[in-house]
Design a protein around this ligand. Structure first.
Ligand SMILES: [Zn+2]
Length: 164
């Protein structure tokens, strides 16, 4: 008898060949991508880009946070990119205490219907906390880690802390 499918497994993905290679290189499973999209669509916690209309969302099933940029066409979800990081995002107390830099973002919070603003938030990894300026939603505390940051500085910091 066939095992019943988890609900996230019913998410239909459209991934290009290039996308498949990217997922493979980054050790991201299709199931991880499906979980991110399923979680985003079920909860409404996602960002939407002002220009492209694409969605960006994350999900952290265990010790890794997965991000997926996607668009929906009927029942099919087209995947543009996916990346991951292990570092945990922590806001420093209330979002009201965040220090705004005055800079905006092309992403807006779909749930709060507000554009993200660049502000000082805190990233935590193991015992270390780093204040950093990132686009975030003052309404719900959604912090955007973009692809460049995740595969660049965040990956470097994770590596440096592990090597200690
Ligand atoms: Zn929000």
């Amino acid at each position: 008898m066939k095992e019943p499918m988890n609900s996230y497994e019913q998410i239909v993905l459209d991934v290009s060949d290039e996308g498949e290679r990217l997922l493979e290189d980054r050790l991201i499973q299709r199931g991880d991508v499906q979980r991110v999209i399923h979680h985003a669509e079920a909860t409404g916690k996602k960002l939407v880009h002002r220009g492209t209309g694409r969605a960006l969302a994350f999900y952290r099933p265990k010790s890794v946070t997965y991000w997926v940029e996607y668009s929906q066409n009927g029942e099919v979800f087209r995947v543009f990119t996916a990346y991951s990081h292990r570092m945990v995002l922590k806001s420093s107390g209330s979002t009201k205490e965040w220090v705004k830099s005055g800079a905006g973002s092309d992403w807006h919070c779909d749930q709060c219907r507000t554009p993200l603003e660049v502000q000082t938030v805190r990233l935590q990894y193991m015992q270390s906390i780093f204040p950093i300026n990132l686009p975030a939603c003052s309404g719900c505390g959604f912090i955007l880690i973009d692809e460049e940051l995740a595969i660049g500085k965040v990956a470097e910091a994770e590596q440096a802390l592990e090597d200690k």
